[in-house]
Design a protein around this ligand. Structure first.
Ligand code: GUN
Length: 291
């Protein structure tokens, strides 16, 4: 008896494999840096008890250690004041063994996120969220860039699909994903449409796009039938359905039939984010030590 599968490996963009390959390259690079006397160090700060954030922080620490990056975790109680958090960031900024600092978001509501992000030294901003790094990205001379958008662009490049002159649509305008990924696509000479919750005629706009980046954070909101035949679909969403299963922002099964390339959820963009965080930490260490 023969079995048939509907998914071919060339069509499904394997983020897990891409992230693994990237981590292997980073492990070699970190070993070389250690020979030069530089051990990249990453500090991850978590305030509060958010269960999803706790898992992310644990995964970030584990992945760091796997590639040889020194990992330091600061787990602070929900009651931590903004002043206390800013004081810790000040210490990490001054710590010569730390090259990357990441404060897990979201923060408790009594702490101002923008103030925290701006207090992190721009050269240690492993998330690429500091206005200096965001400004560098916007003006076309990027320094440290946000991790999830870097992961999106890496996966897009891995398909071999040309971006220059293509119509790309980004759905979601967050500072973490939507805005920076739109700027990165623009830098790669795509014609970019940035959509959001107030966008009119979203299905018609998506139907014209060669490249679709979904980062809206709503389970299967983007219907497969909206996708243009032969489009490339990168789904940043990570949502939980009523039945407990994980799903993206795109209705995968239907979109799969039309897309030339598509990322699965899970196993697409997700694994790339942490790999890019490690890459940023290594870049920051290189820049700080001029090696
Ligand atoms: N929370 C969700 N995504 C991220 C991220 O990329 N960085 C930080 N610091 N917090 C997040």
């Amino acid at each position: 008896m023969t079995t048939t599968t509907t998914e071919t490996t060339t069509k499904v963009i394997d983020g897990k494999a891409a992230a693994k390959a990237l981590r292997a390259e980073l492990a070699t690079e970190v070993a070389e840096l250690k020979e030069l006397g530089v051990t990249p160090g990453l500090a991850v700060v978590l305030v509060g008890e958010d269960p999803a954030s706790k898992v992310y922080v644990r995964n970030k620490a584990r992945a760091s250690e796997e590639v040889g990056i020194r990992s330091v975790q600061h787990i602070l109680p929900e009651t931590t004041t903004e002043a206390e958090l800013l004081s810790l960031i000040g210490e990490l900024n001054a710590d010569s063994g730390i090259h990357g600092i990441l404060v897990q978001l979201p923060l408790p509501i009594h702490i101002n996120e923008a103030t925290v992000i701006e207090t992190i030294s721009a050269e240690k901003d492993a998330d690429g969220f500091h206005p200096y790094n965001m400004g560098r990205l916007l003006t076309g001379s990027p320094t440290l860039e946000p991790c999830t958008p870097l992961g999106v662009m890496h996966l897009l490049r891995s398909t071999g699909v040309e971006t220059a002159g293509k119509d790309a649509i980004v759905i979601g305008r967050s500072n973490i994903v939507g805005k920076p990924v739109a700027v990165m696509l623009l830098k790669e000479n795509a014609t970019v449409t940035l959509c959001h919750s107030k966008t009119a005629n979203l299905p018609e706009k998506i139907a014209e796009a060669d490249i679709v980046v979904a980062a809206i954070g709503r389970a299967e909101m983007i219907l497969g039938e909206w996708i243009k035949e032969g489009a490339t679909v990168i789904d940043v969403g990570m949502n939980r359905k009523a039945d407990g299963k994980l799903c993206g922002d795109v209705e995968y099964a239907e979109a799969f039939k039309r897309a030339a390339h598509i990322t699965p959820v899970p196993g697409g963009v997700g694994p790339m984010t942490i790999a890019m965080l490690l890459k940023n930490t290594v870049s920051a260490a290189r820049r700080i030590h001029k090696v």
